[in-house]
Design a protein around this ligand. Structure first.
Ligand SMILES: Nc1nc2c(c(=O)[nH]1)N[C@H]1C(S)=C(S)[C@@H](COP(=O)(O)O)O[C@H]1N2
Ligand SMILES: [Mo]
Length: 366
């Protein structure tokens, strides 16, 4: 596998729409599952409930025995490492909340036709691996390096461009001790759908940076121009804007929908009385959450925050609501230590990246 130019074919036509979901969107939603919001209750998401986003096919890797991670490009010592060799490096376990940059995009009007996330593309796992910097130090980055590309073994087409899924980090970001090359999730070998046998985990960033099925690291003297780096994953108001690269997660919160759901609509029914509302709040780049407010039909009150569980981990919150009969809309809104707060109205983005608008939960109290 190399960084050869990506062949360009005729792109598939897609569009913005405000109407029904296309068969293709429903098909993607079946392949790429979200966290059921009731599972926000787990500090660490059970593996089978962790959200999934796989652009192409999940590679079939029968055994990790023959897997090699290659490191090449602008390095003094190109390397080809086995999984066993990598596992001999100093190991580190980090609890990390990952969110897909497209989370919430199905709630935007009009929406871009793609994986139609509502709220669930968010989860927390405990990742065990070795800091990437140990591998880069072994290979020894050349002084003219300005970008480090990470390629997965999965390959396909997007917008007519054939490529392996790939992303890059600037050398200083790549050398951060918390960026891990990971072989275990929640104490078990990586599941096939989460990147077996090896993946990158970049804490504090949206999920696209955490390349699964990691096969090759290419150190570059020019910016990586793979499809998933650019043009994809840029905030753009118009399709033709140059855009701003998507990087760290924006401040956000979600609540566990209270009461019981209707099977089809998911509308909630709650018994009158004292109702404890709970949820999670997080931000990017390791910035702590400082406040969560809850709104009951537009009246905001502060929630209590649970103790923090780590630099890159969502923070629990709770609020006791004295519910009386009627129709309600519940909302929650987080603020981080930078003073950033979730917008009440989601910022519109051409393909729906970074939607951190407040969640609205309609509830009937009886
Ligand atoms: N090789 C590869 N890595 C990938 C992807 C992919 O399609 N292929 N998807 C990315 C995106 S967009 C996200 S949000 C996360 C999702 O990780 P998960 O499926 O383990 O939850 O993986 C990232 N890493
Ligand atoms: Mo994603």
């Amino acid at each position: 596998m190399t960084l050869a130019k990506e062949p360009i074919a005729q792109p598939i036509q897609r569009s913005h729409t405000a109407g029904d979901f296309a068969r293709e969107e429903v098909g993607l939603a079946n392949r790429n599952s979200g966290l059921p919001l009731e599972a926000l209750r787990y500090d660490v998401t059970p593996i089978g409930m962790h959200f999934l986003l796989t652009h192409f096919d999940v590679p079939f890797v029968a055994s990790a025995q023959d897997w090699r991670l290659e490191i090449g490009g602008r390095v003094r010592t190109p390397l080809s490492l086995s999984l066993a060799g990598i596992q001999q490096l100093p190991a580190k376990t980090l609890r990390v909340t990952l969110e897909c940059a497209g989370n919430g995009r199905a709630n935007l009007v009009p929406r871009w036709q793609t994986q139609p996330w509502e709220y669930g593309a968010i989860s927390t796992a405990e990742w065990t691996g070795t800091p990437l910097r140990h591998l880069l130090e072994k290979a020894s980055i050349a002084p003219d390096a300005i970008d480090v590309a990470f390629l997965g073994s999965d390959r396909g087409f997007d917008a007519g461009r054939e490529h392996n899924f790939g992303r890059s980090l600037k050398p200083d970001a790549a050398m951060n001790d918390d960026v891990l090359v990971v072989w275990e999730m929640n104490g078990a070998p990586l599941a096939p759908q989460h990147g077996f046998p090896l993946r990158l985990v970049v804490p504090g960033w949206y999920g696209m940076a955490s390349v699964k099925w990691l096969k090759r690291i290419e150190v570059l003297a020019q910016p990586f121009d793979g499809y998933q780096q650019t043009p994809n994953y840029h905030y753009r108001h118009k399709r033709e804007d140059p855009g701003v690269p998507v990087s760290t997660m924006r401040v956000k919160s979600l609540m566990v929908p209270p009461g019981i759901p209707d099977w089809y609509t998911r509308h909630r029914t709650v018994e009158a009385g004292s109702v404890e509302l709970t949820g999670r709040a997080w931000s990017g780049a390791g910035v702590p959450i400082t406040r969560v407010a809850v709104s009951i039909n537009g009246t905001w009150s502060d929630a209590a925050l649970d103790p923090p569980q780590g630099k890159y981990v969502w923070r629990g919150w709770r609020f006791v609501w004295q519910a009386t009969r009627g129709e309600y809309v519940l909302e929650c809104r987080a603020t981080d230590a930078n003073g950033d707060t979730q917008p009440v109205e989601a910022p519109w983005d051409s393909v729906g990246f970074g939607n951190n608008g407040v969640q609205r939960v309609p509830v009937t109290v009886r």
